[in-house]
Design a protein around this ligand. Structure first.
Ligand SMILES: [Cu+2]
Length: 182
């Protein structure tokens, strides 16, 4: 009775050829959508993911209408919380400009480093004005980026450097030990 489910679980474990050996793939893909709903730009994210999941970010908006976006992991303390903080976000020593620097952006040019990658490979590292974080820049409707969630259990905070009021968080759960899907 057990033989089939175990074999299926094992094939799930083996199937995604992910280079990062530190994280055990779960075979699950979660998606965060960048959407425009009733005139409001936001991230539509699941409340939690599991370490080892693939996390896909999809841009569902039209850049001609709303401009490009970034999906940038930043520490909780780096999120611009007030309207004045969001207004000054793209000035020196503020997080939006820092995110642009992580991605090698200069002026109006698209960033040369995309995605920016920090810490373990995959979605792992929240940046600050002093430390590079994981970030993706998108300026095409329908474009997406998928990376493994390599962060340890805890909360990942994220924001868009172009629209600093676009903010969110997602809980990362520790992988379950043993056979997944039981
Ligand atoms: Cu945005």
């Amino acid at each position: 009775m057990l033989a089939v489910p175990v074999a299926a679980a094992l094939s799930l474990l083996v199937a995604p050829a992910i280079a990062d050996a530190a994280v055990t793939p779960t075979g699950v893909t979660d998606t965060i959508h960048i959407v425009l709903v009733k005139g409001k730009l936001k991230f539509e994210a699941p409340s939690s993911v599991t370490q080892g999941d693939e996390l896909e970010i999809v841009n569902d908006t039209n850049p001609k209408q709303v401009g490009p976006h970034t999906f940038s992991l930043v520490t909780k303390g780096s999120l611009p919380k007030t309207p004045p903080a969001r207004k000054s976000c793209f000035t020196p020593t503020h997080i939006c400009l820092s995110i642009a620097k992580w991605q090698g952006a200069h002026g109006e040019e698209p960033p040369s480093i995309n995605p920016s990658e920090a810490g373990p490979e995959g979605w792992s590292t929240m940046g600050t004005i002093a430390k590079t974080g994981d970030s993706w820049f998108t300026q095409k409707k329908g474009s997406s980026l998928t990376q493994v969630v390599s962060a340890n259990a805890g909360t990942l905070y994220f924001m868009c450097a172009v629209h600093p009021w676009m903010q969110g968080k997602i809980q990362v759960k520790a992988p379950t030990v043993g056979v997944p899907g039981v």
